[in-house]
Design a binder for this molecule. Structure first.
Ligand SMILES: NC(=O)c1ccc[n+]([C@@H]2O[C@H](COP(=O)([O-])OP(=O)(O)OC[C@H]3O[C@@H](n4cnc5c(N)ncnc54)[C@H](O)[C@@H]3O)[C@@H](O)[C@H]2O)c1
Ligand SMILES: Nc1ncnc2c1ncn2[C@@H]1O[C@H](COP(=O)(O)OP(=O)(O)OP(=O)(O)O)[C@@H](O)[C@H]1O
Length: 529
């Protein structure tokens, strides 16, 4: 070895000694700065020494092996602990099952020895005890309590201990939003949660039938104007109702005049002279008969701001989506409706309020406007985009920028909303349709919201223009910046008589009225599938 080689070897040794000292220093004191300066010196030397590189790899390898060994040891120890714990839980569970069986046996034995009086006494004690056990839990006062059912165990001396076992599931109750406490029985029809298992009511046939308890006596006839054929049929029907059924007939003032001009025979018909009498109509009318198209049904509904008597709609229009009865067979149809039970569709209506300057909370209290089809908020004659802010129960829904918005009932889903791209919805489905008109957006799909929400459509204060609200295509009202329209489902539906039943009539209307999904069938002699 030359003198130079010897000097190099010494430097290597010195550096290795420094490094190991520095490492132990780090372990003992954790002084990172010092270690780093030593490491820097060491690593500066490493490229020059193949010995250092091999040592470092060996150190890393042994460290890795130590880590693997440690992990394996932990796994083995953990598995053993888990097995021991599982065995302990199994033992406890078996003990509990055995003890429960024994107690249950005792209770049944106890029960069979009790007389009826004793059982009643125990049951009432049980109710008292339960009330005192948990004063905060609900027992039907605010909703349906699941633990009302959990308490249905056979009473006996071990009742409280039993309850602990029977009531393993935490009792809970379902509460019903803002309506609070009323009408639990009605709600049980929709959802039950016996023993804490939430279950919806069985889907039986929910077709509603109307059965007269005493014969109907008064008919209101509503007819499409400006039609001689309708007036002729009206006159014929009035005669038949009077002569064959001895019924009182009420018609609109316009129709009364027309009939009396034709023949003084119609002196017996009744009509009204003012709005007060219209308001009282629902107290006198047993049945409404309409002669016309869908517009006449809408018109008849609009005469009733509260309850609506059942409507029998004869078809004398072109589409007749809501007019299932054929006018040529009016005698048979009316005879059936007057004497036998018949199916009805409860068509929900929207009640709409216009609120002026809603931003300042200046609420204008007026009678709501009721619509059977829809309320439309559009740009009217304005050439600007309508800009509308929409809220659902106080939550922001969206801003409409386009020609407008349709808020529709499910009955109205086949009218304007359908033309604007909304879904067709069976009229008995409880919902409100939210359908934009020509939105200037690629992603504005129509929505269907639950029937219990309240919608608020507001023209923002900084809107460039006005908007217009119209109700079943009529009665336009201007909405200025800051004004709002508020709508929700009215408690007063329009009950319409069905020719067959709600579903059959609906499907017949979309097939025959709208030619829904009409397509020539593919011939069978094409290429194999
Ligand atoms: N682009 C459109 O489709 C459009 C535009 C404006 C109004 N309308 C609808 O017209 C209704 C007013 O009806 P009208 O007879 O007084 O006016 P109308 O005489 O202009 O008739 C409108 C058409 O809509 C049909 N229609 C009405 N209600 C329907 C329903 N629930 N289901 C299926 N079709 C229905 C009618 O049979 C008629 O063919 C409004 O409530 C609105 O829904 C539709
Ligand atoms: N009793 C009424 N008084 C005033 N207007 C009515 C009355 N009945 C219907 N109308 C109006 O007359 C218009 C036409 O009525 P309707 O839709 O019933 O007939 P139609 O247009 O011939 O039928 P279809 O719409 O099926 O073609 C509607 O705008 C409706 O509002």
């Amino acid at each position: 070895m030359s003198a130079d080689e010897l000097a190099d070897a010494r430097e290597v040794c010195d550096a290795r000694i420094n490094l190991s000292m520095a490492t132990s220093y780090q372990t003992e004191n954790g002084d990172i700065t010092k270690v780093n300066s030593v490491e820097r010196a060491a690593y500066a030397f490493i490229p020059q020494t193949p010995i250092r590189s091999t040592d470092a790899h060996l150190e890393e390898f042994s460290e890795a092996m130590r880590t693997v060994a440690k992990t394996l040891r932990q796994v083995v120890e953990g598995k053993a602990a888990a097995q021991a714990e599982a065995a302990e839980w199994k033992r406890k569970y078996e003990l509990e099952v055995a003890s429960k069986e024994q107690k249950h046996h005792n209770v049944i034995k106890g029960c069979s020895n009790y007389g009826k009086d004793k059982l009643e006494e125990l049951a009432s004690q049980m109710a008292l005890e339960t009330a005192s056990i948990d004063q905060t839990s609900c027992c039907g006062n605010h909703g349906i309590c699941s633990h009302q059912i959990l308490q249905d165990e056979c009473p006996g001396p071990n009742r409280i201990a039993d309850e602990k076992i029977v009531g393993r599931k935490a009792p809970f109750r379902l509460l019903w939003g803002c309506d609070g406490d009323k009408n639990d029985q009605h709600r049980r029809d929709f959802v039950s949660f016996e023993k804490g298992d939430i279950k919806t009511a069985e889907r039986s046939n929910k077709q509603i039938l109307l059965k007269w308890e005493s014969p109907p006596q008064t008919v209101l006839l509503v007819t499409k104007p400006n039609s001689n054929s309708v007036l002729a049929l009206c006159a014929e029907m009035v005669r038949w109702l009077k002569e064959h059924n001895n019924m009182n007939v009420i018609v609109e003032p316009r129709v009364s005049k027309e009939l009396l001009t034709e023949d003084s025979y119609f002196n017996f018909i009744q009509t009204w002279n003012n709005g007060q009498e219209v308001k009282a109509l629902h107290t006198k009318v047993d049945l409404i008969v309409t002669l016309g198209g869908d517009g006449t049904v809408l018109w008849a509904g609009s005469l009733f701001k509260g309850p609506v008597p059942p409507v029998v709609a004869f078809s004398l229009g072109s589409l007749g989506f809501m007019t299932p009865f054929p006018s040529e067979q009016y005698r048979e149809c009316l005879a059936n409706v007057l004497k036998r039970p018949f199916s009805i569709t409860l068509r929900s209506r929207l009640q709409c309020h216009v609120v002026r300057n809603a931003a300042k909370n200046e609420v204008e209290i007026e009678e709501p406007i009721l619509v059977l089809n829809e309320v439309t908020i559009d740009r009217g004659l304005s050439s600007y985009l309508t800009y509308l802010e929409c809220y659902c129960d106080g939550s922001f829904v969206t801003c409409v920028q386009g020609d407008g918005l349709i808020i529709s009932t499910t009955s109205g889903s086949t009218a304007y909303s359908l033309a604007a791209g909304g879904s067709m919805v069976h009229p008995q489905v409880p919902g409100i349709l939210f359908t934009p008109i020509c939105p200037h957006s690629l992603s504005f799909r129509p929505l269907i919201l639950p029937e219990y929400v309240t919608l608020r459509v507001q023209v923002p204060c900084n809107s460039r223009g006005q908007a217009w609200a119209s109700f079943d295509g009529k009665g336009r009202i201007q909405l200025g910046p800051g004004d709002a329209l508020i709508c929700s489902i009215s408690p007063w539906p329009v009950p319409t008589a069905c020719l067959v039943d709600s579903t059959t009539d609906f499907l017949r209307s979309i097939h025959e009225g709208l030619h829904w999904n009409l397509r020539k069938s593919q011939s069978f002699d094409g290429p194999p599938a």
